[in-house]
Ligand binder design. Sequence first.
Ligand SMILES: NC(=O)c1ccc[n+]([C@@H]2O[C@H](COP(=O)([O-])OP(=O)(O)OC[C@H]3O[C@@H](n4cnc5c(N)ncnc54)[C@H](OP(=O)(O)O)[C@@H]3O)[C@@H](O)[C@H]2O)c1
Length: 271
Amino acid sequence: MGAGMDLELEGKTALVTGGSRGIGKAIARELATCGCSVVLTARGVEALDLTARELGQETGQQVTGVPCDLTSTEEVERMVEEAANLFGGRIDILVNNAAAPGGLARGPLSSIKDEDVLNDLNTKVMGYLRCARAVAPYMVRHNWGRIINIGGTSARRASGNLSAGVRNAGLVNFTKYLAEDLGPSGVTVNIVHPGATRTERSAPMYQEQARQQGITVEEVEARVASGNSTKRIVDARELAYVVAFLASPRSIAISGEVISASGGAGQAVFH
Ligand SMILES: NC(=O)c1ccc[n+]([C@@H]2O[C@H](COP(=O)([O-])OP(=O)(O)OC[C@H]3O[C@@H](n4cnc5c(N)ncnc54)[C@H](OP(=O)(O)O)[C@@H]3O)[C@@H](O)[C@H]2O)c1
C-alpha cells in the first residue's frame, strides 16, 4: 500500500512573525504539530512567552519567543541571529505575518494621516522585507527555504481601508521579486491572502458589531460569510493548513504565487 502525503516538516525550523496571537499563533501551532521547531516573534513579551509555553507543551516541540519590533532593522537582525543560534544555524521556513490587522490608515481621503500610512508600510511591507533579507543568507547557505507572506484579500478590492489594500497589493509584487531573487537558491516564496478570518479577536468584535447594528451575532457572522463561495468564515487553523503545505518540501511546484485562503472571497475571476 502506498503511503499518503507526508508534509515532511519533521525536524524543520520555522520563524513566525506576529506569532503571539491570531493567525500567526495558529500557523505556529500547525507547524509545531507537524514537527517543526518554532521561534515566535512579536513586541509584547508577556503574550509571546505565554504562547511559546502553551504551544511547546501542547506539541512537545521546541517553541521559543524572541521579542522584536519589526520596524527596527537592528532589532530584526538581532532577532534573526538569535533564532538561527537556537536552531543550530538553520532557518528553513519564514512566515511573515506581523501587522496591525486592517491597518491604521482608513476612512475618507481628507482624514488620512501620513504617519498612519507610513507606520502601516513600515510594519508590514518593510517588516517583511527586513525579515526576508536577514533570513535569506541562512536559506541560501543550505540551498533550501520556504518564505510565506501573509497578505489579505483587501489587496483585491477597494475596502475604504487604505493602507490594508496598498500594503497587501504591494506585497504581491514583493513576493514575486523575492521568488525570482531566491529561486535559484532553492527557496520558494508565496503569498497567502486571508479574508475575514476567525481568531480570538473575532467573538468580541462580532458581539460589538451586533450590539451597534441591533442584530444577532449569528446575523453578523452570516453577513461576513455571505461574500465567500463557501458561505462560512475560515478559521485561523484552516488558513494554517494552507501555510503548512506551502512550508513543506512538497510545495516545490509553487513559487511567486498568490493564494487566497478566504473560502472563496469575492466574485472576481483571477487568471
Ligand atoms: N484576521 C483577519 O481577519 C485578517 C484578514 C486579512 C489579513 N490579515 C493579516 O493577517 C496577519 C495577522 O493578523 P491577525 O488578525 O492575526 O492580527 P493580530 O491578532 O493583531 O496579531 C498580530 C501579531 O503581530 C504582532 N505585531 C504587530 N506589530 C508588530 C511589530 N511592529 N513588530 C513585531 N510584531 C508585531 C502582534 O504582537 P505585538 O502587538 O505584541 O507586537 C501580534 O503577535 C496580518 O498581516 C493581517 O493584516 C488578517
